[in-house]
Structures are given as C-alpha cells and as structure tokens.
Design a protein around this ligand. Structure first.
Ligand SMILES: *[C@@H]1O[C@H](CO)[C@@H](O)[C@H](O)[C@H]1NC(C)=O
Ligand SMILES: *[C@@H]1O[C@H](CO)[C@@H](O)[C@H](O)[C@H]1NC(C)=O
Ligand SMILES: *[C@@H]1O[C@H](CO)[C@@H](O)[C@H](O)[C@H]1NC(C)=O
Length: 247
C-alpha cells in the first residue's frame, strides 16, 4: 500500500467513520454490509488491520480478494466472499485469529470518500462448549433445543433455516412476541416449533429421523449479519432391527 492511500485511510477511519461492534463465535460466517449499491464508478475497498483484503471497482480486472489484493498474504485463503452488487464482504468459518478491525472505504470519484469500521471480536467459548451447543444427538420422539449461545439483542432479527429452507423468524420488535412464519415455511415442522423470545432458542418437539440435518441461524443486526450452524442427528427409537419392523 502506498503512502497516499495510507493517509487516505487514516483520514477516513478517523472521527468521521461509523464504528460497529460485531461479536461472533468461532465457526460463524459473518457478512459486513456496505449499505450501498455498487455503481460503475465507485470503488469499494476492505482493509483488515490496514492490509487490503478486498477491492471492487468498475473494472472487473481490478476486483480482488485476499492474496490477489495483498501479495503473499494468505490469511483468509478462500474464506472471503465479495458481493459484486453491493461490495459487502463475507468472512466464512471465522477463527479467533480473525478478530480485529475491518475497515471499509467507499470512494465515489470526484465526490466523496466514506467509510465504516467493524470491530470484530470472537466470543470466548471453548471448543467443547461450542461442540455441545452446536452438535445435537437426539432420539426419535424427543425434543431438541437449539440455543444461539448469546442473549438476543432487541433489534436483531433471528431467522432459523433447515437445509436452507426458512423455518421461522423472531423479529426485533419487543412488543410483538408472535413468531413469524416464513412465507415458504417447511410444512414438516408444522405445530412442532417453539421459540424462546428471550434467548432466540428454537425448540423442535416430537422429532423424527427426517429432521436430521443442518440448521442455520441468521442473526441480522444493523450493518452486519451472522450465520451460525447447528447439526442435529436423530436416531431411531430401536436399534435392534427385529424390533423395528412396523406392522
Ligand atoms: C481484463 O483483462 C483481459 C485480459 O487481461 C482483457 O482482455 C480485458 O480487456 C480487460 N478488461 C477490462 C475492462 O479492462
Ligand atoms: C473451519 O476452520 C477450522 C480450522 O480453523 C477447520 O478445522 C474446519 O474444518 C473448518 N470448517 C469448515 C466448515 O470449513
Ligand atoms: C474492539 O472491541 C473490543 C471489545 O469490546 C475492545 O476491547 C476494543 O478496545 C475495541 N477496539 C477498538 C479499536 O475500538
């Protein structure tokens, strides 16, 4: 990075830049939003602890992520994804060494430079605790509780997905305690879901083997969103084949 850009960044990330705190758990996928629509002219750049990690401009040849932007720096490998419409940045499978300041710079030629700073911190949760929270093994007919592991912020929108199909949503409006059914909600869970509005926990009752799979929780905040995954495996009631024969 040359001296000129360094100076620009220092100016941008000074008093004027919006600062957003982002708290995640290891293994999460986090998306940092630009809140702009990329146009032909403007340029969006992302810096991590002052090294450039992503850039998108009107020229597709100048769009880059990670090592392409910052020669010899392999820190994110293929965990960065840049949305070409908005310039928003997704960091997948975040690790504790990814914490720090992510700086966004939006340059509109001969008009303005604006920016945001995302202060990303990683929850202090041990691998064993995380495993217990995110990997559930239950027997057919039982209930399972998927706990987000954090207190719900009042303005967050929490959306639960099963194999990428929306199950249910918890809105940020504290006056409304009603669960919102997703438009194309999966019928298989009809009358079997309960939500804890304090924590955002999802309880699935009377579980069956077809409920085995990957559950995702999306937590949408102002300026960013987090995707956290849970795996549920359901074992049949009987494991001796002869007792499993149904009439
Ligand atoms: C991008 O690069 C390719 C090959 O290097 C070149 O043919 C093309 O014209 C370039 N596109 C722009 C918009 O500069
Ligand atoms: C996430 O990263 C860890 C190492 O930090 C790795 O062991 C794990 O396999 C990765 N998970 C996915 C889904 O890529
Ligand atoms: C980022 O957040 C952490 C945890 O809240 C805090 O200790 C740290 O000072 C913050 N960094 C900046 C530059 O604001």
């Amino acid at each position: 990075m040359n001296y000129f850009w360094m100076t620009v960044i220092l100016l941008v990330t000074g008093a004027s830049a919006v600062k957003i705190d982002v708290s995640v758990m290891e293994g999460d996928s986090v998306t940092l939003y630009t809140d702009v629509t990329k146009t032909q002219d403007n340029k969006v750049q992302w810096y991590y602890n002052s090294g450039r990690i992503a850039r998108i401009t009107g020229d597709p040849n100048k769009t880059c992520t990670d090592v392409q932007c910052n020669e010899g720096n392999w820190r994110f490998r293929d965990r960065l994804h840049l949305d070409h419409q908005t310039g928003s940045l997704t960091i997948r499978n975040i690790t504790d060494t990814d914490s720090g300041l992510y700086k966004l710079q939006i340059i509109i030629p001969s008009s303005s430079i604006s920016g945001k700073i995302f202060n990303v911190t990683i929850h202090d949760v041990s691998a064993a605790e995380r495993n217990e929270m995110k990997r559930k093994s239950v027997k057919e007919g039982e209930s399972v509780t998927l706990d987000p592991g954090v207190m719900k912020n009042t303005n967050d929108l929490m959306t639960w997905y099963f194999n990428d199909i929306c199950m249910t949503e918890i809105t940020g409006d504290p006056r409304s305690s009603a669960d919102v059914q997703c438009e194309d909600a999966d019928e298989r869970f009809r009358d079997r879901l309960k939500l804890d509005h304090q924590t955002g926990s999802l309880i699935i009752t009377n579980i069956n083997t077809a409920d085995t799979g990957l559950y995702n929780l999306q937590i949408s905040s102002s300026g960013f969103s987090i995707m956290r995954s849970f795996s549920v495996s359901v074992t049949g009631e009987c494991n001796v084949i002869i007792h499993c024969l149904h009439p």
